[in-house]
Design a protein around this ligand. Structure first.
Ligand code: PRP
Length: 179
């Protein structure tokens, strides 16, 4: 285990089992559609790559990179788009695949934006749901794990751009981020 990790919350195997389970459910529920799988950089990238390999319908891939500033109302005006989608979403069934829903601000803004652009539907899948911190009226349609309000890293999630490549999800030692 990495020296900065206090304890492992989900092992590689637990993640693989649960991601497969949720992806198979989504595969079943969206059967017959041709979704646009939207990955949100950077945190969602490892989950995205593992998740989409269980989807059997024809799929198109696209990516966005966003950062939020301010946590006011769920307005797309407060979401900074650092990289936009390459293509349009009009009439498309969009499947957002994201690492974590925390306050919900990011996904509330994104969902609103994609619907305003004419998406036929927006389905949200998150690896982690830090439900107790939610301030926005939004939920993920599917999530792999509900987690407590702890600082988690690994499997895509970072602190200061580090720890993203850890194969498990771990709780970071407070001494690391309290420095
Ligand atoms: C994280 C995460 C979500 C967002 C969730 O992104 O990937 O996009 O925060 O928080 P919220 O529900 O409170 O909006 P971050 O800005 O850390 O960027 P990253 O994905 O590049 O790590």
């Amino acid at each position: 285990m990495h020296k900065d990790i206090q304890r492992i919350l989900f092992t590689e195997e637990q993640i693989r089992t649960r991601v497969t389970e949720v992806a198979k459910q989504v595969d079943c529920d969206l059967a017959g559609k041709t979704p646009l799988a939207v990955g949100i950089l950077k945190g969602g990238i490892i989950f995205y790559a593992d998740f989409i390999r269980h989807l059997t319908m024809p799929l198109e891939l696209d990516f966005m990179a966003v950062s939020s500033y301010g946590s006011g109302t769920a307005s797309s005006g407060n979401l900074k788009i650092r990289k936009d989608l390459d293509g349009g979403v009009k009439g498309r069934d969009v499947l957002i695949i994201e690492d974590i829903i925390d306050s919900g601000f990011t996904l509330a803004c994104l969902k609103k934006l994609l619907l305003e652009r004419g998406a036929a539907s927006v389905t949200i899948v998150t690896l982690l749901d830090k439900r107790e911190r939610r301030t926005e009226d939004i939920h993920s349609d599917y999530n792999c794990f509900i987690i407590p309000d702890e600082f988690v890293v690994g499997y895509g999630l970072d602190f200061d751009e580090k720890y993203r490549s850890l194969p498990y999800i771990g709780i970071l030692k407070p001494s690391v981020y309290q420095k």
